[in-house]
Design a protein around this ligand. Structure first.
Ligand SMILES: [Zn+2]
Length: 498
Protein backbone atom coordinates (compact mmCIF):
# COMPACT_ATOMS: atom_id res chain seq x y z
CA UNK A 1 0.00 0.00 0.00
CA UNK A 2 1.18 3.51 -0.75
CA UNK A 3 0.59 6.87 0.94
CA UNK A 4 1.05 10.22 -0.76
CA UNK A 5 1.92 13.01 1.66
CA UNK A 6 2.32 16.74 0.96
CA UNK A 7 2.23 20.03 2.82
CA UNK A 8 0.84 23.42 1.83
CA UNK A 9 0.02 25.82 4.62
CA UNK A 10 0.11 29.21 6.20
CA UNK A 11 -2.11 31.13 8.59
CA UNK A 12 -3.34 34.29 6.90
CA UNK A 13 -3.87 37.44 8.88
CA UNK A 14 -6.04 39.27 6.37
CA UNK A 15 -5.18 42.66 7.98
CA UNK A 16 -1.41 42.16 7.79
CA UNK A 17 0.38 44.43 5.30
CA UNK A 18 3.10 41.78 4.78
CA UNK A 19 2.43 39.78 1.56
CA UNK A 20 2.98 36.02 1.87
CA UNK A 21 5.08 36.00 -1.28
CA UNK A 22 7.94 33.76 -2.41
CA UNK A 23 10.43 35.26 0.08
CA UNK A 24 8.23 34.19 2.99
CA UNK A 25 7.74 30.65 1.61
CA UNK A 26 11.44 30.30 0.78
CA UNK A 27 12.41 31.63 4.19
CA UNK A 28 10.15 29.23 6.10
CA UNK A 29 9.88 25.90 4.25
CA UNK A 30 9.84 25.19 0.55
CA UNK A 31 11.05 21.71 -0.36
CA UNK A 32 10.11 20.41 -3.80
CA UNK A 33 9.74 16.79 -4.81
CA UNK A 34 12.64 17.21 -7.23
CA UNK A 35 14.98 18.89 -4.71
CA UNK A 36 18.09 16.98 -3.64
CA UNK A 37 17.86 15.13 -0.34
CA UNK A 38 20.99 16.92 0.95
CA UNK A 39 19.36 20.33 0.51
CA UNK A 40 16.26 19.43 2.52
CA UNK A 41 15.58 21.81 5.42
CA UNK A 42 15.74 20.42 8.96
CA UNK A 43 11.96 20.81 9.40
CA UNK A 44 11.28 18.55 6.40
CA UNK A 45 13.95 16.03 7.34
CA UNK A 46 12.51 15.70 10.84
CA UNK A 47 9.00 15.06 9.51
CA UNK A 48 10.26 12.66 6.85
CA UNK A 49 12.11 10.53 9.39
CA UNK A 50 8.99 10.17 11.55
CA UNK A 51 6.76 9.41 8.55
CA UNK A 52 9.16 6.83 7.10
CA UNK A 53 9.51 5.01 10.40
CA UNK A 54 5.74 4.82 10.88
CA UNK A 55 5.12 3.69 7.29
CA UNK A 56 7.76 0.98 7.55
CA UNK A 57 6.24 -0.34 10.76
CA UNK A 58 2.90 -0.66 9.02
CA UNK A 59 4.39 -2.02 5.81
CA UNK A 60 3.35 0.98 3.70
CA UNK A 61 5.37 2.84 1.08
CA UNK A 62 5.33 6.60 1.05
CA UNK A 63 5.65 9.20 -1.71
CA UNK A 64 6.57 12.74 -0.65
CA UNK A 65 5.16 15.66 -2.66
CA UNK A 66 5.72 19.37 -2.22
CA UNK A 67 6.34 20.51 1.36
CA UNK A 68 5.62 24.23 1.64
CA UNK A 69 4.85 26.29 4.73
CA UNK A 70 5.00 30.06 5.23
CA UNK A 71 5.43 32.06 8.42
CA UNK A 72 2.02 33.69 8.95
CA UNK A 73 1.55 37.05 7.24
CA UNK A 74 -1.02 38.69 4.95
CA UNK A 75 -2.71 37.37 1.80
CA UNK A 76 -0.78 34.99 -0.44
CA UNK A 77 -0.69 36.43 -3.99
CA UNK A 78 -2.98 34.51 -6.34
CA UNK A 79 -0.18 33.40 -8.66
CA UNK A 80 1.91 32.08 -5.76
CA UNK A 81 -0.95 30.03 -4.32
CA UNK A 82 -1.97 28.64 -7.72
CA UNK A 83 1.60 27.67 -8.55
CA UNK A 84 2.08 25.87 -5.22
CA UNK A 85 -1.31 24.17 -5.47
CA UNK A 86 -0.74 23.01 -9.04
CA UNK A 87 2.72 21.73 -8.16
CA UNK A 88 1.26 19.60 -5.37
CA UNK A 89 -1.48 18.31 -7.72
CA UNK A 90 1.18 17.42 -10.31
CA UNK A 91 3.25 15.62 -7.67
CA UNK A 92 0.20 13.55 -6.78
CA UNK A 93 -0.55 12.82 -10.46
CA UNK A 94 3.03 11.64 -10.92
CA UNK A 95 2.77 9.26 -7.96
CA UNK A 96 1.15 6.15 -9.38
CA UNK A 97 -1.17 3.78 -7.51
CA UNK A 98 -1.68 5.87 -4.40
CA UNK A 99 -3.91 4.19 -1.77
CA UNK A 100 -4.36 7.23 0.51
CA UNK A 101 -3.57 10.95 0.51
CA UNK A 102 -2.44 12.78 3.66
CA UNK A 103 -2.21 16.57 3.47
CA UNK A 104 -0.52 18.68 6.12
CA UNK A 105 -2.36 22.01 5.84
CA UNK A 106 -3.18 24.86 8.18
CA UNK A 107 -6.83 25.62 7.62
CA UNK A 108 -6.66 29.42 7.71
CA UNK A 109 -4.84 30.09 4.45
CA UNK A 110 -6.30 32.90 2.34
CA UNK A 111 -4.99 33.92 -1.09
CA UNK A 112 -6.11 36.65 -3.45
CA UNK A 113 -9.35 35.30 -4.90
CA UNK A 114 -9.43 32.29 -2.53
CA UNK A 115 -11.05 32.61 0.92
CA UNK A 116 -10.60 28.91 1.49
CA UNK A 117 -7.37 27.63 -0.06
CA UNK A 118 -7.66 24.31 1.76
CA UNK A 119 -11.19 23.66 0.45
CA UNK A 120 -10.06 24.50 -3.07
CA UNK A 121 -7.04 22.19 -2.79
CA UNK A 122 -8.90 19.25 -1.23
CA UNK A 123 -11.70 19.54 -3.82
CA UNK A 124 -9.18 19.35 -6.67
CA UNK A 125 -7.42 16.40 -5.04
CA UNK A 126 -10.73 14.59 -4.68
CA UNK A 127 -11.47 15.21 -8.38
CA UNK A 128 -8.07 13.78 -9.24
CA UNK A 129 -8.09 10.61 -7.10
CA UNK A 130 -11.81 9.82 -7.41
CA UNK A 131 -14.26 8.86 -4.67
CA UNK A 132 -12.57 5.71 -3.37
CA UNK A 133 -9.12 6.85 -2.25
CA UNK A 134 -9.16 8.08 1.38
CA UNK A 135 -8.10 11.71 1.64
CA UNK A 136 -7.29 13.34 4.97
CA UNK A 137 -5.93 16.65 6.14
CA UNK A 138 -4.17 17.63 9.33
CA UNK A 139 -5.14 21.15 10.40
CA UNK A 140 -3.90 23.69 12.92
CA UNK A 141 -6.63 24.27 15.52
CA UNK A 142 -6.61 27.96 14.48
CA UNK A 143 -8.42 27.03 11.28
CA UNK A 144 -11.63 27.94 9.50
CA UNK A 145 -13.55 24.68 9.08
CA UNK A 146 -15.42 25.06 5.81
CA UNK A 147 -18.07 22.85 4.23
CA UNK A 148 -16.04 22.25 1.08
CA UNK A 149 -13.16 20.79 3.10
CA UNK A 150 -15.51 18.48 5.00
CA UNK A 151 -17.32 17.33 1.84
CA UNK A 152 -14.18 16.40 -0.02
CA UNK A 153 -12.01 14.91 2.72
CA UNK A 154 -12.74 11.68 4.57
CA UNK A 155 -11.04 12.84 7.73
CA UNK A 156 -9.99 16.24 9.08
CA UNK A 157 -7.80 15.93 12.17
CA UNK A 158 -6.68 19.06 14.01
CA UNK A 159 -4.19 19.75 16.76
CA UNK A 160 -5.71 19.51 20.22
CA UNK A 161 -3.10 21.53 22.07
CA UNK A 162 -2.34 25.24 22.24
CA UNK A 163 0.68 25.56 22.46
CA UNK A 164 0.88 23.18 19.49
CA UNK A 165 3.02 20.46 21.04
CA UNK A 166 1.07 17.68 19.31
CA UNK A 167 1.69 18.26 15.59
CA UNK A 168 3.35 14.87 15.05
CA UNK A 169 1.03 12.69 17.14
CA UNK A 170 -2.02 14.15 15.36
CA UNK A 171 -0.42 13.49 11.96
CA UNK A 172 0.21 9.87 12.93
CA UNK A 173 -3.37 9.46 14.17
CA UNK A 174 -4.60 10.75 10.83
CA UNK A 175 -2.32 8.33 9.00
CA UNK A 176 -3.72 5.45 11.07
CA UNK A 177 -7.29 6.47 10.16
CA UNK A 178 -6.44 6.75 6.44
CA UNK A 179 -4.50 3.46 6.41
CA UNK A 180 -7.36 1.68 8.20
CA UNK A 181 -9.74 3.15 5.62
CA UNK A 182 -7.59 2.07 2.68
CA UNK A 183 -7.35 -1.42 4.19
CA UNK A 184 -11.16 -1.56 4.49
CA UNK A 185 -11.26 -1.53 8.29
CA UNK A 186 -13.06 1.80 8.81
CA UNK A 187 -15.14 4.30 6.85
CA UNK A 188 -14.11 7.73 8.20
CA UNK A 189 -16.53 10.62 7.84
CA UNK A 190 -16.15 14.11 9.31
CA UNK A 191 -19.00 15.99 11.04
CA UNK A 192 -18.90 19.45 12.57
CA UNK A 193 -20.85 22.02 14.54
CA UNK A 194 -20.29 25.77 14.54
CA UNK A 195 -19.93 26.99 18.14
CA UNK A 196 -20.77 30.66 17.26
CA UNK A 197 -17.90 32.06 19.33
CA UNK A 198 -14.35 33.28 18.91
CA UNK A 199 -11.52 33.79 21.38
CA UNK A 200 -7.98 32.80 22.20
CA UNK A 201 -8.18 29.55 24.16
CA UNK A 202 -5.20 28.10 26.03
CA UNK A 203 -5.38 24.34 26.53
CA UNK A 204 -2.88 24.60 29.38
CA UNK A 205 -5.58 26.00 31.71
CA UNK A 206 -8.75 24.56 33.20
CA UNK A 207 -11.51 24.09 32.28
CA UNK A 208 -10.23 23.70 28.69
CA UNK A 209 -7.51 21.25 29.80
CA UNK A 210 -10.12 18.84 31.11
CA UNK A 211 -12.33 19.28 28.05
CA UNK A 212 -9.45 18.35 25.71
CA UNK A 213 -8.70 15.30 27.85
CA UNK A 214 -12.36 14.28 27.57
CA UNK A 215 -12.21 14.53 23.78
CA UNK A 216 -9.20 12.21 23.71
CA UNK A 217 -11.03 9.76 25.96
CA UNK A 218 -13.97 9.59 23.51
CA UNK A 219 -11.76 8.31 20.70
CA UNK A 220 -11.67 4.65 19.82
CA UNK A 221 -15.12 4.02 21.33
CA UNK A 222 -18.69 4.05 20.02
CA UNK A 223 -17.55 4.69 16.46
CA UNK A 224 -15.68 7.90 17.31
CA UNK A 225 -12.30 7.98 15.54
CA UNK A 226 -11.26 11.54 16.40
CA UNK A 227 -12.67 14.62 18.14
CA UNK A 228 -11.16 18.10 18.34
CA UNK A 229 -11.95 21.79 18.62
CA UNK A 230 -11.17 24.15 15.76
CA UNK A 231 -10.60 27.31 17.80
CA UNK A 232 -10.81 29.51 14.68
CA UNK A 233 -8.34 32.21 13.70
CA UNK A 234 -9.72 35.60 14.78
CA UNK A 235 -7.38 37.60 12.52
CA UNK A 236 -8.71 35.96 9.34
CA UNK A 237 -11.62 38.09 8.11
CA UNK A 238 -13.47 35.40 6.12
CA UNK A 239 -17.18 34.51 6.37
CA UNK A 240 -16.73 31.13 8.15
CA UNK A 241 -14.39 32.40 10.87
CA UNK A 242 -15.23 31.04 14.33
CA UNK A 243 -14.83 28.06 16.65
CA UNK A 244 -16.00 24.66 15.40
CA UNK A 245 -16.40 21.28 17.08
CA UNK A 246 -15.23 18.49 14.77
CA UNK A 247 -15.90 14.76 15.14
CA UNK A 248 -14.62 12.02 12.81
CA UNK A 249 -16.70 8.86 13.04
CA UNK A 250 -16.62 5.41 11.51
CA UNK A 251 -19.46 5.84 9.04
CA UNK A 252 -22.06 7.34 11.41
CA UNK A 253 -22.39 10.98 10.32
CA UNK A 254 -25.78 11.55 11.98
CA UNK A 255 -24.41 10.52 15.38
CA UNK A 256 -21.27 12.51 14.51
CA UNK A 257 -23.27 15.71 14.07
CA UNK A 258 -25.22 15.03 17.28
CA UNK A 259 -22.03 14.51 19.26
CA UNK A 260 -20.36 17.57 17.67
CA UNK A 261 -23.37 19.70 18.65
CA UNK A 262 -23.47 18.33 22.20
CA UNK A 263 -19.76 18.99 22.71
CA UNK A 264 -19.87 22.31 20.83
CA UNK A 265 -22.66 23.62 23.05
CA UNK A 266 -20.65 22.63 26.12
CA UNK A 267 -17.68 24.55 24.75
CA UNK A 268 -19.93 27.57 24.17
CA UNK A 269 -21.21 27.34 27.74
CA UNK A 270 -17.62 27.57 28.99
CA UNK A 271 -16.76 30.59 26.82
CA UNK A 272 -16.30 33.11 29.65
CA UNK A 273 -13.90 30.79 31.45
CA UNK A 274 -11.80 29.52 28.56
CA UNK A 275 -11.23 32.63 26.43
CA UNK A 276 -8.30 34.60 27.72
CA UNK A 277 -8.43 38.38 28.22
CA UNK A 278 -4.91 39.76 28.11
CA UNK A 279 -3.77 42.58 30.39
CA UNK A 280 -2.37 45.89 29.16
CA UNK A 281 1.35 46.47 28.69
CA UNK A 282 1.40 48.78 31.72
CA UNK A 283 -0.47 46.31 33.93
CA UNK A 284 2.02 43.59 33.01
CA UNK A 285 5.09 45.73 33.68
CA UNK A 286 3.63 47.01 36.97
CA UNK A 287 3.00 43.46 38.18
CA UNK A 288 6.36 42.20 36.96
CA UNK A 289 8.28 45.05 38.61
CA UNK A 290 6.51 44.38 41.91
CA UNK A 291 7.08 40.62 41.80
CA UNK A 292 9.23 39.29 44.63
CA UNK A 293 11.05 36.88 42.36
CA UNK A 294 11.80 36.39 38.70
CA UNK A 295 11.76 35.47 36.01
CA UNK A 296 8.35 36.92 35.28
CA UNK A 297 7.62 36.10 31.65
CA UNK A 298 5.38 38.55 29.78
CA UNK A 299 3.90 37.46 26.46
CA UNK A 300 3.72 40.34 23.99
CA UNK A 301 0.81 38.64 22.24
CA UNK A 302 0.00 41.65 20.06
CA UNK A 303 3.30 41.28 18.21
CA UNK A 304 3.29 37.51 17.65
CA UNK A 305 4.79 36.86 14.21
CA UNK A 306 3.06 33.46 14.39
CA UNK A 307 -0.25 35.28 14.04
CA UNK A 308 0.96 37.46 11.17
CA UNK A 309 2.22 40.39 13.27
CA UNK A 310 5.37 42.27 12.21
CA UNK A 311 7.54 41.00 15.07
CA UNK A 312 9.39 44.30 15.44
CA UNK A 313 7.06 46.38 17.61
CA UNK A 314 8.78 48.61 20.12
CA UNK A 315 6.01 49.33 22.66
CA UNK A 316 7.52 47.12 25.38
CA UNK A 317 11.10 48.12 24.68
CA UNK A 318 10.31 51.85 24.77
CA UNK A 319 8.42 51.60 28.04
CA UNK A 320 11.09 49.39 29.63
CA UNK A 321 13.74 51.97 28.67
CA UNK A 322 11.49 54.78 30.04
CA UNK A 323 11.10 52.90 33.31
CA UNK A 324 14.79 51.96 33.44
CA UNK A 325 14.00 48.27 33.91
CA UNK A 326 17.34 46.49 33.98
CA UNK A 327 17.96 42.76 34.47
CA UNK A 328 15.45 42.11 31.71
CA UNK A 329 15.45 40.60 28.22
CA UNK A 330 13.28 40.55 25.09
CA UNK A 331 13.05 37.93 22.30
CA UNK A 332 12.76 37.93 19.40
CA UNK A 333 12.94 41.16 17.39
CA UNK A 334 12.65 40.82 13.60
CA UNK A 335 15.34 43.21 12.39
CA UNK A 336 17.66 41.83 9.69
CA UNK A 337 19.26 45.25 9.18
CA UNK A 338 20.21 45.52 12.85
CA UNK A 339 21.54 41.92 12.78
CA UNK A 340 23.74 42.83 9.82
CA UNK A 341 25.08 45.93 11.61
CA UNK A 342 25.85 43.86 14.72
CA UNK A 343 27.68 41.27 12.60
CA UNK A 344 29.80 44.00 11.02
CA UNK A 345 30.51 45.66 14.38
CA UNK A 346 31.57 42.33 15.90
CA UNK A 347 31.25 40.68 19.28
CA UNK A 348 31.84 42.80 22.41
CA UNK A 349 31.66 46.01 20.40
CA UNK A 350 29.71 49.04 21.56
CA UNK A 351 27.31 50.27 18.90
CA UNK A 352 24.64 52.92 18.39
CA UNK A 353 21.73 51.07 16.90
CA UNK A 354 18.22 51.87 15.65
CA UNK A 355 15.99 48.85 16.24
CA UNK A 356 12.43 47.84 15.44
CA UNK A 357 9.50 49.92 14.28
CA UNK A 358 10.19 49.37 10.60
CA UNK A 359 7.22 47.35 9.40
CA UNK A 360 4.35 49.80 9.79
CA UNK A 361 2.26 51.79 12.27
CA UNK A 362 1.44 48.69 14.33
CA UNK A 363 5.17 48.36 15.12
CA UNK A 364 5.41 51.74 16.87
CA UNK A 365 8.37 54.08 16.24
CA UNK A 366 11.95 52.75 15.96
CA UNK A 367 14.11 53.01 19.07
CA UNK A 368 17.67 54.39 19.13
CA UNK A 369 19.90 52.71 21.69
CA UNK A 370 23.46 52.51 22.89
CA UNK A 371 24.30 48.82 23.16
CA UNK A 372 27.04 46.22 23.18
CA UNK A 373 26.93 43.18 20.91
CA UNK A 374 27.03 40.25 23.34
CA UNK A 375 26.10 37.33 21.05
CA UNK A 376 26.27 36.45 17.36
CA UNK A 377 25.33 33.34 15.37
CA UNK A 378 24.88 32.67 11.66
CA UNK A 379 22.00 30.22 11.89
CA UNK A 380 19.86 29.77 14.96
CA UNK A 381 17.02 27.26 15.24
CA UNK A 382 14.46 26.69 17.95
CA UNK A 383 11.79 24.10 18.69
CA UNK A 384 8.01 24.29 18.65
CA UNK A 385 7.42 20.93 20.30
CA UNK A 386 9.27 18.51 18.03
CA UNK A 387 9.18 20.89 15.04
CA UNK A 388 12.39 22.78 14.22
CA UNK A 389 12.03 26.46 13.28
CA UNK A 390 14.71 28.88 12.05
CA UNK A 391 15.53 32.39 13.26
CA UNK A 392 18.31 32.70 10.65
CA UNK A 393 21.33 34.82 11.58
CA UNK A 394 20.83 36.36 15.03
CA UNK A 395 22.45 38.78 17.43
CA UNK A 396 22.13 39.52 21.14
CA UNK A 397 22.67 43.07 22.31
CA UNK A 398 22.79 44.56 25.79
CA UNK A 399 21.10 47.97 25.84
CA UNK A 400 22.78 50.32 28.30
CA UNK A 401 20.28 52.31 30.34
CA UNK A 402 20.83 55.90 31.42
CA UNK A 403 24.23 56.10 29.76
CA UNK A 404 25.68 53.58 32.23
CA UNK A 405 27.80 51.06 30.33
CA UNK A 406 28.02 47.76 32.18
CA UNK A 407 28.27 44.22 30.85
CA UNK A 408 27.21 42.55 34.11
CA UNK A 409 24.45 40.00 33.41
CA UNK A 410 21.94 41.92 35.56
CA UNK A 411 22.54 45.28 33.88
CA UNK A 412 20.50 46.78 31.05
CA UNK A 413 18.02 45.14 28.68
CA UNK A 414 19.23 42.20 26.59
CA UNK A 415 17.50 41.97 23.20
CA UNK A 416 17.64 39.11 20.69
CA UNK A 417 17.53 40.34 17.07
CA UNK A 418 16.81 37.93 14.21
CA UNK A 419 17.11 37.81 10.44
CA UNK A 420 13.88 35.80 10.04
CA UNK A 421 10.46 36.97 11.18
CA UNK A 422 9.41 34.45 13.81
CA UNK A 423 7.87 34.26 17.24
CA UNK A 424 9.84 33.34 20.36
CA UNK A 425 9.41 29.57 20.70
CA UNK A 426 11.46 28.62 23.75
CA UNK A 427 14.15 29.78 26.23
CA UNK A 428 16.71 28.59 23.65
CA UNK A 429 16.01 31.85 21.80
CA UNK A 430 17.95 33.56 24.61
CA UNK A 431 20.42 30.91 25.73
CA UNK A 432 21.80 30.13 22.27
CA UNK A 433 22.95 33.76 22.03
CA UNK A 434 24.58 33.67 25.44
CA UNK A 435 21.76 35.26 27.48
CA UNK A 436 20.68 33.17 30.48
CA UNK A 437 16.90 33.70 30.79
CA UNK A 438 16.77 32.15 34.25
CA UNK A 439 18.91 34.95 35.70
CA UNK A 440 16.56 37.71 34.49
CA UNK A 441 13.86 39.40 36.55
CA UNK A 442 11.65 40.12 33.54
CA UNK A 443 11.45 38.33 30.19
CA UNK A 444 9.32 39.67 27.33
CA UNK A 445 8.54 37.15 24.58
CA UNK A 446 6.85 38.01 21.30
CA UNK A 447 4.44 35.06 21.19
CA UNK A 448 0.81 34.35 22.05
CA UNK A 449 1.08 30.89 23.58
CA UNK A 450 3.69 28.63 21.93
CA UNK A 451 6.29 30.07 24.31
CA UNK A 452 4.38 28.57 27.23
CA UNK A 453 5.68 25.01 26.85
CA UNK A 454 9.29 26.10 27.31
CA UNK A 455 8.93 29.13 29.56
CA UNK A 456 6.43 27.83 32.13
CA UNK A 457 9.03 25.54 33.76
CA UNK A 458 11.53 28.41 34.26
CA UNK A 459 9.08 31.23 35.12
CA UNK A 460 7.78 32.25 38.54
CA UNK A 461 4.85 33.95 36.87
CA UNK A 462 3.45 34.30 33.35
CA UNK A 463 1.50 37.37 32.20
CA UNK A 464 -0.18 38.09 28.88
CA UNK A 465 -0.27 41.58 27.33
CA UNK A 466 -2.43 42.29 24.32
CA UNK A 467 -3.29 45.96 23.98
CA UNK A 468 -0.59 47.53 21.76
CA UNK A 469 0.41 46.10 18.39
CA UNK A 470 -0.99 44.36 15.34
CA UNK A 471 -2.97 41.60 17.11
CA UNK A 472 -5.49 43.04 19.52
CA UNK A 473 -6.30 40.62 22.32
CA UNK A 474 -9.76 42.17 22.47
CA UNK A 475 -11.81 40.51 19.75
CA UNK A 476 -14.25 43.43 19.80
CA UNK A 477 -11.51 45.70 18.44
CA UNK A 478 -10.72 43.59 15.37
CA UNK A 479 -11.99 45.52 12.32
CA UNK A 480 -14.07 42.80 10.63
CA UNK A 481 -15.64 43.59 7.29
CA UNK A 482 -16.69 40.15 6.09
CA UNK A 483 -17.39 38.16 9.27
CA UNK A 484 -21.06 38.40 10.28
CA UNK A 485 -20.37 39.27 13.90
CA UNK A 486 -24.06 39.33 14.86
CA UNK A 487 -23.94 35.52 14.97
CA UNK A 488 -20.81 35.31 17.10
CA UNK A 489 -19.91 35.73 20.76
CA UNK A 490 -18.51 38.09 22.13
CA UNK A 491 -20.15 40.45 19.60
CA UNK A 492 -23.51 38.95 20.51
CA UNK A 493 -24.13 37.81 24.10
CA UNK A 494 -25.92 34.64 23.06
CA UNK A 495 -26.06 34.02 19.31
CA UNK A 496 -27.93 30.73 19.90
CA UNK A 497 -30.82 32.62 21.50
CA UNK A 498 -32.05 34.20 18.26
ZN1 LIG B 1 -2.22 27.72 15.58
Amino acid sequence: MKLFIGMLGTETNTCSPIPTGWNVWNGTLLHRRSDAEESAPALFQGLKAVVNETMNQRGWEVEFGLFAFAQPAGLTPRSVYEQLRDELLTDLRDSSNVDAVLLILHGAMVAEGYDDCEGDLIERIREQVGPDVPVGAELDLHCHVIQKMVENANALVGYKEYPHVDVLPRMLELFAILADAAEGKVNPVTSFFRCRMIGMIHTTREPMRGFVNELSALEGKNGVLNAWVGHGFPYGDVPDMGATMVVVTDGIPVQGVELAEKLGRRLFAMRQDICSSPLTLDECLNQAEQAAEGPVTIADTADNAGGGAPGDSTFFLSEMINRGIDNSAIAVFYDPVAVSLCQDAGLNTQIKLRIGGKMGPSSGPPVDVLATVIGLANEVTDNMGEIIMSYGASAAIKIHLGGEVSLLPESGIDVILTENRAQCYSPKAFSQLGVDPQLKKILVVKSTQHFHAGFAPISKQILYAGDLGALSGDMLKIPYERVDTTGLWPFSDDPFAS
